[in-house]
Write a protein of this length. Sequence first.
Length: 262
Amino acid sequence: MGALSVAVSDGVATLKIEHSETSNAIDISIIRAMHFALDQIQRGDIRARAVILTGSNGVFCSGLDLHSVDLNSRAARQRAHFEMRRFMEPLIQRLSGFRFPIVAAVNGPAIGAGMSLALASDIIVVAESGYFCPSFSKLGFVPDAGITFHLARRIGGGRSLASLMFAEKIGSKTALDWGLAYEVTNNADVEARAQSIACRLATGPSAVLGQIRSLNASAFNNSLQEQLRAERSAQDMTIETYDCVEGVRAFFEKREPHFSDQ
């Protein structure tokens, strides 16, 4: 069975995959554990305003755990895929639209669905030795778990198409050059750097950050007129909040704002 640890520090919840037997491959139990942790954060049972996704023992995630798939039976393959999709797709949707910002600390390989998982976050920090590999086609699979959606939006359609078809490793430097990663850092510092970034987000105006995430996603599909309308609607909602008043007051008083998500 898979394992997921949850630790909270300075308003940041770190969800760490700990499944060393399969190089942190994710199975249904880990996906359920992620949903449960996100439920607790959403309800306020876990006091956090930002989330970090990472892995243990120098591996982010090696993809979906394929050990249970019976390759000799087409029906068994279909059942296994259906079960995993039933849990994985809602997780990707939930992470992409979650209330609070999400940072991926890619401390090592992020392969297949592990890459999909990292791409569902807002900001990706990669260790120097970390890398991404959209390995689906080499295994005879079509890329899924949202990777065709998220990868094209980060690195462009041409690079995304070639990456998915060739299924080649994308090193940390290339990931940074392409805009796939926000930052590359020393192997030993990747989680600490992700914590620093997440802490900064956790102290920000979470309602505003949520609107920014939503607007960024819609920008790829909206016309300029539609996007202006979406911006206006988001501004109308946030301008009534305490955080807006606090931000403007702090500006005039020449101090740092103290946002409270009210």
